[in-house]
Structure formats: C-alpha cells, structure tokens
Design a protein around this ligand. Structure first.
Ligand code: FAD
Length: 514
C-alpha cells in the first residue's frame, strides 16, 4: 500500500468489540507480522492512515457496558473512559441512533431510528467491521406455558429494565414495568423469583433482587427500578442449574459477592460431587474455586441456622441454589380470583448426567413422581444464553444463534451477488464473531485478530483506499460531541442543557413514532 493512502472503516456497533476494533484499526502498522522486526526498510512500521465511523443503533454508545453490566458494578464500567478518549480522537466519528440493516429483513421489526444498509456501507468504505453483538434475545426454555403466562422474563429483559434501556423503560413498556412491580410488591407472603441458568448474569439478577435498597441507592440503577425495589417484598430467589456444580459458569468472585449479602439465608442443594465432577473441576481453576465458595457457604449456612422454608419475619431473604434440575413446565396461580394467565408455580425435575467426562449432558429423570417438585414462582427469569438478531440474512451468513460465519480470523464470507457494486470488504468482531460468551476484556484480543486480518488484506492490496472526503453523517444522528453533552447532563456534571437534550429526546421519540 501507498504511504499516502488513507483507509476508511465503518464499524457496526459501539460495544466493547466495536470500540476495541476502532482502536486497533487506528494503530495498524505498515509491516506484516510475518516480516517482523528484522526487516526495517524505511517504509516499514509506519502507521497506516485510517479513519473510522462507528454506527450505533441506540441513542448512546458502548453496548452491554452501558445496558448489560450491573449497576452495582460501577468499576467495570470505567472502561468507558478509554472509549470516551477514542471518541474524542479526530479520526473517529460516532453516528448513534443509526441502525445498520436493510429495510425488509425478516427481523425488521420497528422501523425505529435512522437506517443504513450494510451494502451502502460497503459501497462507501474500504472495509466494514460488524460488531453488533449477539445478545438481542434470550434463549427460551421450551417448556409448557412459557409463552402464555405473564411473569416470565428473559434475563436481557430484566437487565434492560433495571438498567433503564429506553425500550424497557415504563414509558415505552408500561405493561412489563407494571407487571414486575406488581409481582415484587403485592404477594402476600413475599415474592419468589426463580432464575434458570448458572452464569454471571444470573448472579447479577439475583444480587439486584437481594441487595438492600440503601445499597442500590448508591448505584446507577434506573430510578423506576430503584423505586420498585425499595417497596419490594422479596422472600426468595432460587437459582436452578441443569447440570452439576462442576459445569456451573459462575465466577468465584461474583458468587462470593452474592452469598455474602447481609440478611440472607443461603440454601444449596445437591452439592455432592462425583469423581467425574472432580475430574472436570480439576481441569478448570475457576470452576473448582466456585465449588469451594459454594461448599463454604453451604457449611456456614447449616451452622448458623435453618428455620424452614420461609425467611419469616424481619427482612431476611432466602437464596437457594439447586443443581441437577430443570424446569419442566409453568403453572398459573391457583387463586381462582386471579387471572389464569398469571404465573404462580414452576415444576422442577431432577436430571441425570450422561456422556463422557468433560462433555456430560443433562437428561430428565424418568421418575416424575419421585423427582419432580413444584415451587412457588411469581417471576421466572431465563438466563440460559442468547440468540442474536440476524443483521442481513441475504448478505451475511450466520448460524442459528446469529453468529456470523467467518474464516476463523474475522473475514466474512458474504454473498458477493447481493453486493455487486460494493468496493469494501466485510469483517466481524466480538460477540457477533464468537457468540455470546466471554467478558469485556476478551474482546480486546478478538479485535486485534480482526484488525490483523484487515492489515494483511491492506498489505496484500485487497482493500481500496478511501475517498479523501468521507460520507457526511446521516442527518439526525447523535454524534460524539452531542452524546458527551447528554452524558454530562445525565451525570449531573453540567447544567441542564434544555435545548440540546430535548432536541435529542424529541428526535428519538419522533423516530420511534415514524
Ligand atoms: P455488545 O456489547 O452487545 O455491543 C453491540 C453493539 O452493537 C450495541 O451497542 C448494539 O446496540 C449495537 N448494534 C446491534 N445491532 C446493531 C445494528 N443493526 N446497527 C447498529 N448498531 C447495532 N462482561 C464483563 O467483563 N463484566 C460484566 O460485568 C459483564 N456483565 C454482563 C451483563 C450482561 C447482562 C451481559 C449480557 C453481558 C455482560 N458481560 C460482562 C459481557 C460483555 O458485556 C460482553 O463481553 C461484551 O459486551 C460483548 O461486546 P460486543 O461489542 O461484541 O457486543
């Protein structure tokens, strides 16, 4: 490539993957990794001139860092300082409130916000990096009455609610808000919540439900959720895991945090481990440590007390952890006066693990009479993985979870026919590339891998340099400077800038209506 050439990139999504990709693309050097340090001709090791436009469908950047990470984990959100610095780099532009994807997709729901197709981006940029995540929808449990009873929520819905994502706020989703409030506040003997799944998002939801309102007040939880939880009367939270403790994905630190909450009675079932469990745990230090944390909590729980099934009186709550069990069906409240469409109970049955060590699968026990129990359940939260929306099914191949098919490094094999006039090349990064697993930091290396593939393609002459003048921002987008002002207002760091804020609110509202 020519030293004077500039390359332009569109990044789809401003979550960690998109932001780390932007960072890596601005730091690509004009030397191939294979021709490392020994070759040092003058044209080598020069920064490749690159510009980046980040397209984001929400009115604000940073994806799950803003609307996934729990409000009481403020330190985790400090990574946004780094992202803020990136957005202040003059080579980077943010176009928020712009959804990428052509109109008429199978998942094309709402017509909200502004829109630009991937094909248009491929026509305008040297390269397009898809970093749109993979956690749009919660995977279902596929059990009886899951879709018909009120009170059943996906973890993403519940998390969106307490994090104040606009689409889950009372103003936009009144029905869900009122249902959650009613279920948390108006149950005679306190509410019983069941969360299915044994990963950290389950622990986030449990913690938010079990933490004291005084502590929640110190976090940046959405005000409508704080208000609801201040008046809530939670009796118990029950976590249900399909397989044994050896396969649980809790991280030890997060487990300790929830188990050590004050005024909590902890009950842990089926923590007995088999030889296979031990073998599997020995292969994974975090799993072994998570087991030890649970074992300790179980012992301490037994030593302090056990006063039956209900945390009677006072403000004590119960946290129950059940392994080797699956929900098999949901039942309506038995109260005849209440609506039959309202969740009241969950049927839980024991599982047996089968298959080779390291890959054992859970199968339901056949003995329904002996192994099935019915638990009171006012809210059921499923937290057993995600399915991403398909971005543009005709252009970009993806698997059933919405993960984009790529060459192992991040080059997308897309359907060239449907982008005949495209000059750009297509790449993928983050959860859209790897599926919904891994922490924020996992995306650093993932972005590096994708940027490395892009650099190789530049050095091999496969990417076209950009036109010097980049496309103007779509009108009505929320740019970085606009967003910084809004964020300052939200944090109370600036006087309320009436016109600017209302301007944006109005725009996003009118886009929603349009
Ligand atoms: P995302 O963060 O999902 O970002 C994707 C972005 O693309 C979003 O901003 C989205 O709005 C945008 N987008 C989607 N479609 C389009 C489109 N068509 N056009 C334009 N923009 C689009 N990790 C930790 O390290 N610590 C934690 O505490 C933690 N808590 C978590 C809590 C929850 C509930 C979840 C689900 C995950 C959590 N994680 C945590 C994991 C972490 O959030 C992910 O590793 C990370 O966010 C994945 O980054 P991403 O950029 O690939 O996806």
């Amino acid at each position: 490539s020519d030293e004077n050439e500039q390359y332009s990139f569109a990044i789809v999504g401003s979550g960690p993957a998109g932001m780390y990709a932007a960072d890596k693309l601005l730091h690509m050097k004009n030397s191939s990794s294979s021709s490392s340090s020994s070759s040092s001709s003058s044209s080598n090791n020069v920064l490749i001139d690159a510009k980046v436009d980040v397209y984001e469908k929400e009115c604000f950047p940073y994806g799950l860092v803003r609307f996934g990470v729990a409000p009481d984990h403020q330190a985790t959100k400090n990574v946004t300082n780094k992202f803020d610095a990136l957005l202040r780099d003059e080579r980077v532009r943010l176009f928020a409130n712009v959804k990428v994807g052509s109109v008429g997709n199978e998942n094309d729901d709402d017509g909200e916000g502004l829109r630009v197709s991937t094909k248009e981006l491929l026509e305008r940029y040297s390269g397009v990096v898809l970093a749109h995540g993979a956690a749009d929808n919660d995977r279902k449990l596929q059990i009886e009455n899951e879709d018909t009873l009120r009170g059943v929520y996906g973890a993403r819905q519940f998390v969106n609610w307490y994090n104040g994502l606009p689409s889950a706020a009372p103003m936009r989703n009144k029905e869900m808000h009122e249902d959650i409030v009613d279920r948390l506040q108006n149950k005679k003997n306190g509410s019983n919540v069941v969360i299915v799944g044994v990963g950290n998002v389950t622990l986030d939801c449990a913690r938010i439900l079990l933490r004291s309102p005084e502590e929640l007040k110190e976090t940046d939880i959405a005000s409508h959720a704080l208000e609801a939880l201040e008046k809530a009367n939670v009796n118990s939270v029950t976590i249900v895991g399909r397989r044994s403790v050896a396969q649980a994905k809790f991280s030890p630190k997060e487990l300790r945090e929830v188990l050590n909450l004050p005024d909590l009675d902890v009950q842990i079932d089926d923590l007995e481990v088999t030889e296979e469990d031990i073998e599997e745990m020995n292969a994974s230090r975090p799993r072994r440590r998570a087991f030890e944390v649970l074992e300790k909590a179980k012992k301490e729980g037994a030593a302090t007390k056990s006063d039956g099934d209900d945390a009677k009186g006072g403000t004590r709550k119960i946290l129950r952890v059940l392994f080797l069990r699956s929900p098999t069906g949901l039942l309506p409240e038995d109260d005849i006066s209440s609506s039959p469409s309202s969740l009241g109970f969950v049927k839980i049955r024991k599982n047996i693990l089968q298959g080779p060590t390291g890959n054992r699968q859970a199968t339901l026990s056949n003995d329904q009479v002996r192994d099935e129990t019915i638990l009171p359940c006012d809210i059921l939260i499923r937290s057993v993985g995600y399915v991403g929306d398909k971005l543009e099914p005709n252009l970009v191949p993806s698997d059933k979870n919405g993960t984009i098919v790529h060459d192992g490094l991040g080059r997308v094999r897309y359907n060239e026919d449907s982008s005949a006039s495209a000059t750009g090349r297509l790449y993928v990064c983050g959860w859209a590339k790897r599926g919904a697993s891994g922490v924020i930091a996992t995306n650093v290396q993932c972005a590096e891998e994708t940027a490395e593939a892009i650099k190789e393609d530049i050095l091999n002459g496969l990417l076209k340099p950009a036109a010097r003048i980049l496309p103007p921002p779509p009108s009505n987008t929320i740019t970085a400077s606009k967003w910084f002002k809004l964020d300052a207002v939200e944090r109370g760091e600036s006087d309320r800038e009436e016109t600017e804020e209302e301007d944006v609110e109005e725009k996003s509202e009118s886009n929603k209506k349009a």
